[in-house]
Design a protein around this ligand. Structure first.
Ligand SMILES: [Zn+2]
Ligand SMILES: [Zn+2]
Length: 157
């Protein structure tokens, strides 16, 4: 896994004027290989440790920031003190966040996209970007919440 897509990572680094240092390459490889598209700095750091790479958490933070500045990654601050990072693959999308477990899902809805453009135009804004985040409970957490309520009812009897 650690050798695939090397060029896919080197090319955008070069384009951004960044050398392909091993911390940068490892961070990109972790994001590319991950089943989840949205990872926190701690997630990236922990995955690297599992692969036997101890770059240090502060290095991981620094590299993530460099990659965001180079437009190679996108940063989302869904909660005030918790940022997640994803590969910037060009396609715009919005997010659904589970308030219980932090699960992140992506969606794109053309009707919503068009409405936002209309709202901007109505207010004489030239639209550059937008972020839409829907907060709620994912299916798993809805199930475990119902389970907890039922257990509570049983205990009260
Ligand atoms: Zn959840
Ligand atoms: Zn996303």
């Amino acid at each position: 896994m650690m050798t695939s897509n090397v060029n896919a990572d080197v090319v955008p680094l070069k384009r951004a004027g960044l050398r392909a240092t091993s911390p940068r390459m490892h961070v990109l490889e972790v994001l590319r290989a991950s089943e989840r598209r949205h990872l926190s700095a701690e997630d990236v750091y922990r995955t690297m440790l599992e692969l036997g790479i101890d770059a240090g958490l502060s290095t991981v933070y620094r590299v993530l920031n460099q990659l965001v500045q180079a437009d190679i990654l996108l940063r989302h601050s869904f909660e005030s003190d918790h940022s997640v990072f994803e590969l910037n693959e060009g396609g715009h999308h919005d997010h659904l966040i589970c308030l219980e477990c932090g699960r992140v899902e992506e969606f794109r809805d053309e009707a919503i996209e068009q409405r936002q453009k209309q709202v901007a135009a109505r207010n004489d804004f030239v639209l550059r970007e937008h972020m839409l985040v829907l907060y709620g409970l994912c299916p798993d957490c809805q199930r475990s919440r119902i389970g907890a309520v039922e257990a509570g009812v049983d205990a009260a009897r």
